[in-house]
Design a protein around this ligand. Structure first.
Ligand code: MG
Length: 398
């Protein structure tokens, strides 16, 4: 059967890599709908090449310029161009779509992904915010509707692969690995002076702004603990984090008999994407995916993450353990704090301070509908913005 794909976030790095995986495989995949934000020229190229039935842009006022871009490329076919969350929902609901790649940034794709899961469609999840913000609701709904949720995050793809060699009861712990980010060796007194430029230099992966800062603060691992909990149904105490600077082992599982299964590969997001798209089959690398050369790699190193210098990791774990609204508040506060850091309003070391403040000020509650989740997200963002204003350092205000 040909898989009909909807790609949410098609012009981002995961979206583009997804199209790289699909290119030339018309026997397996058809791109039915593409959704992007404001990157209209890239979207126009993608439409001209993959000829989807629907294209979605973030704002209505982007529809006419996109038509102009398409005309400039001599694209004359009939295509429906729509906008916003409603447009995304229509894109996932198209009858030919049976697999959604969720790769929008932040919470922009949340409603559409939830609708797809309600309709029982399979989702490849690159957008970890979906599980962080609405993990309980999404997981319960997926179970009720029989929708598969497959991880595209490299660590969770690794765990998913390792889990194929044992049962849930046989697992002692999941071990999420992380490169440790660009400040692995930076002493704590120097972290305060870290600039956005320095923080945006990730040693291994080329990614968007927020996830790169999240990797530098280790919040990314905090969010991944929450994501792993919802995807694989293990409690916080059974999910560990280990720093592994070479990023060759993408995560591991320790089983009850002491055996450890690890997934190793070159750090290339096309592999987790292809794995999710073709699961339960494993498609051949076909020359386009690089093979791992362990002899060239030489040696692999591991160390404990430094909780003192990187408090975001513990904040992520605390949010999971407190449950309910807290992971949503954590995520919203982090997004606001990272934006404020990137725009020079906050120092690097203020990011966890804002998050902690927002978590402390968020009353416990248990959202059970998407509307409640979105309202919690709005409230936490407002509170985070207030907290940022109250912490802004006078010397860094333009
Ligand atoms: Mg990851």
């Amino acid at each position: 059967m040909i898989k009909g794909l909807c790609i949410l976030g098609s012009t981002g790095s995961i979206g583009q890599n997804c199209l790289n995986v699909v290119r030339g495989r018309e026997d397996r995949f058809r791109v039915v709908s593409l959704s992007a934000g404001r990157n209209l020229d890239v979207l126009a190229d993608q439409i001209a090449e993959f000829r989807p039935s629907i294209a979605v842009v973030a704002q209505r006022d982007s529809i006419a310029p996109l038509r102009d871009w398409l005309q400039a490329r001599g694209f004359r076919e009939n295509i429906k161009i729509i906008a916003g969350t409603e447009g995304q929902v229509e894109a996932v609901s198209h009858p030919e779509v049976n697999f959604i790649v969720a790769a929008s940034h932040g919470t922009t794709g949340l409603v559409a992904v939830y609708e797809a899961i309600c309709a029982g469609k399979a989702v490849g999840l690159a957008n970890k915010e979906v599980m962080v913000v609405a993990g309980e609701l999404v997981t319960r709904t997926a179970r009720e509707r029989g929708a598969d949720v497959l991880p595209i995050d490299s660590e969770h793809c690794a765990i998913h692969q390792c889990l194929r060699s044992g049962t849930h009861q046989e697992v002692r712990r999941l071990i999420l690995t992380g490169s440790g980010g660009p400040f692995l060796k930076t002493p704590s007194e120097k972290l305060e002076a870290v600039t956005p430029d320095l923080a945006l230099k990730h040693p291994i992966w080329k990614m968007g702004g927020r996830i790169t800062i999240d990797s530098a603060t280790l919040m990314n691992k905090g969010l991944e603990i929450i994501e792993a909990h919802w995807l694989f149904d293990f409690p916080s105490q059974q999910i560990d984090v280990m720093v592994h600077p070479e990023s060759i082992i993408h995560s591991m599982i320790e089983f009850c008999d002491g055996s450890v299964m690890a997934q190793l590969s070159v750090a290339d997001m096309r592999l987790p994407i292809q794995y999710a798209l073709t699961y339960p089959e494993r498609a051949a690398a076909d020359g386009y995916l690089p093979l791992l050369d362990l002899i060239a790699a030489g040696s692999l190193h591991f160390q404990q993450p430094d909780a003192g210098r990187f408090p975001c990791l513990a904040l992520g774990r605390a949010a999971l353990e407190q449950g309910g609204v807290m992971p949503c508040a954590l995520n919203a506060a982090d997004e606001v704090a990272v934006e404020a850091f990137l725009s020079g309003e906050l120092q690097f070391t203020d990011i966890p301070r804002v998050i902690e403040k927002v978590m402390r000020g968020t009353p416990a509650s248990h959202p059970s509908t998407m509307e409640e989740v979105l309202e919690n997200d709005r409230q936490a963002r407002l509170y985070a913005r207030e907290s940022v204003s109250s912490m802004t350092h006078p010397h860094s205000v333009g």
